[in-house]
Design a protein around this ligand. Structure first.
Ligand code: DGL
Length: 278
């Protein structure tokens, strides 16, 4: 019996992949957290870099891109979809949940956890324009204790520099300084990273803001929620079927930045990266 035939006939729904998408390479920060927590799961990641950044598009455009990515992942039989993009989550997840049967996990800026931790009653959030202007973000912010001030900053240009492989460039440092210095002047003691690309900037951000300000992102929470929903729906892959997990990355533009980011990834998981249109 050929390996392909064996895999095909022995696969159960539990063995199908977790589908993950983002406007680009940033959602790989979520992919890492999911892998740490769910090592037996296969993943299929869509990097929609051709359409990055999502953050400056209209709500309707973001929704159409989220639908396109979702339908592609569903065609590949993904059992759950992780929207590894704050901009797509805050603009499209309600629609996706209402129109498709598969479970969706989204990511939103962690302003609520930050509001429990702040001592200065001032938290900063760095996110895309699309996230900060979304109804969902407005709704979440309206639930935060009124004593707490939220200093919002749009991270215009950061996603483009990351996608272009300019993580450690002078351009990046200058841009980050221009966003972070005014937040520091307002006495923030927590900085929420509201975009899945930004965890890759933590070393640079840390060197600008110093050691005392807490940096908070939602990556681990998303992985925990993915595990919980898989468990609740009986879809956790426990590895019992003896089919090796696979990790496939599809990108619809040049793959160089994605290759570099995954090379540096501490998990060192075997994976394939393919340039293709979707
Ligand atoms: N990673 C996306 C997010 O979390 C970036 C959005 C963009 O492409 O502007 O919001």
């Amino acid at each position: 019996m050929s390996r392909f035939f064996f895999i095909f006939t022995h696969m159960k729904y539990k063995d199908f992949a977790i589908g993950i998408f983002d406007s680009g390479v940033g959602g790989t920060s979520i992919w890492s957290e999911i892998n740490l927590l769910l090592p037996n799961e296969s993943t299929l990641y869509l990097s929609d870099s051709k359409n990055a950044p999502y953050g400056e598009k209209s709500k309707e455009e973001i929704l159409q891109l989220a639908i396109k990515n979702t339908e592609y992942l569903l065609d590949q039989q993904c059992k759950i979809i992780v929207v590894a993009c704050n901009t797509a989550t805050t603009n499209a997840i309600r629609y996706l949940r209402a129109h498709y049967k598969v479970p969706f996990i989204g990511i939103e800026p962690a302003i609520k956890p930050a509001s429990f931790q702040t001592k200065t009653n001032t938290i900063g959030i760095l996110a895309t324009q699309g996230t900060l202007n979304s109804e969902l973000f407005e709704h979440t912010s309206s639930k935060i204790d009124k004593e707490i001030r939220i200093v919002e900053q749009i991270g215009k240009g950061l996603v483009e520099l990351i996608e272009g492989g300019k993580l450690y460039s002078q351009e990046m440092t200058t841009l980050l300084q221009s966003y972070l210095h005014p937040m520091l002047a307002q006495n923030i003691d927590c900085l929420v990273l509201g975009c899945t690309h930004y965890p890759y900037l933590i070393p640079q951000i840390r060197s600008i803001i110093g050691p005392r300000i807490q940096i908070i992102d939602s990556g681990q929470a998303v992985a925990k929620q993915t595990k919980k929903i898989l468990a609740d729906t009986g879809l956790v892959n426990t590895g019992g079927n003896k089919i090796e997990s696979s990790h496939e990355f599809l990108i619809n533009s040049n793959k160089d930045t994605l290759v570099e980011l995954l090379k540096e990834n501490k998990l060192k998981k075997q994976h394939t990266i393919r340039e293709t249109d979707f």
